[in-house]
Design a protein around this ligand. Structure first.
Ligand code: GDP
Ligand code: MG
Length: 178
């Protein structure tokens, strides 16, 4: 429901979680502005960005929260998690440790910090880096299935699946909430 004074009837807060460098900021930039930034931005704090989407004739607002660097050296504050309807758990398909950290750190933090049952999508980003892949599609899919998450491989660089990933999670939240 709309508790944030927005012009939309519904506003869904969606988190982007995952190790520094997996491409969280670029996924949002690709979805919102259809751009890609080869430089990593190291601003400390929470990156906040708003968008909207048409679902079944209704315009639904979306707030995307990206940790923007703080994930590297300290834990995320509870305000970051508060009121979230959905989350992307993001790893880099060319860096195995980022997938391990989704299982060993991010999923636990998310579960610990959110009381409600939120919609989660596992994202294997940088699918353009096929030649240096370290995380198999099957392995990731199996982990997602075990936990009831959706799963998608994306590339913020060449835009593969990015729109689909955002539209899917917002549509899934919409159907769950409304
Ligand atoms: P964040 O720390 O998770 O927010 O990651 P960033 O969005 O800042 O991206 C980290 C680095 O990875 C930057 O140099 C990006 O240009 C690069 N990057 C992000 N997404 C992709 C992608 O899909 N493919 C490739 N090849 N590089 C990417
Ligand atoms: Mg970032």
């Amino acid at each position: 429901a709309n508790t944030q004074g927005s012009k939309y009837e519904y506003v869904f807060k969606v988190l982007l979680l995952g190790d520094s460098g997996v491409g969280k900021s670029n996924l949002v930039i690709r979805y919102q502005r259809d751009e890609f930034s080869p430089q990593s931005r190291n601003t400390i704090g929470v990156d906040f960005s708003t968008g909207s989407i048409e679902i079944e004739g209704k315009t639904v607002g979306a707030h995307f929260w990206d940790t923007s660097g703080q994930e590297r050296f300290r834990s995320i504050t509870s305000a970051f998690y508060r009121g979230a309807y959905g989350a992307f758990l993001v790893y880099d398909i060319s860096k195995k440790e980022t997938f391990d950290n989704v299982q060993e750190r991010w999923l636990h933090e998310l579960r610990y910090s959110t009381s409600q049952d939120i919609v989660i999508t596992l994202i294997g980003n940088k699918s353009d880096l096929e030649s240096t892949r370290q995380v198999g599609r099957e392995e990731a899919k199996a982990f997602a299935d075990q936990n009831g998450f959706s799963f998608m491989e994306t590339s913020a660089k060449d835009a593969q699946n990015v729109r689909t990933a955002f539209e899917s999670i917002l549509t899934e939240i919409y159907h769950r909430e409304i």
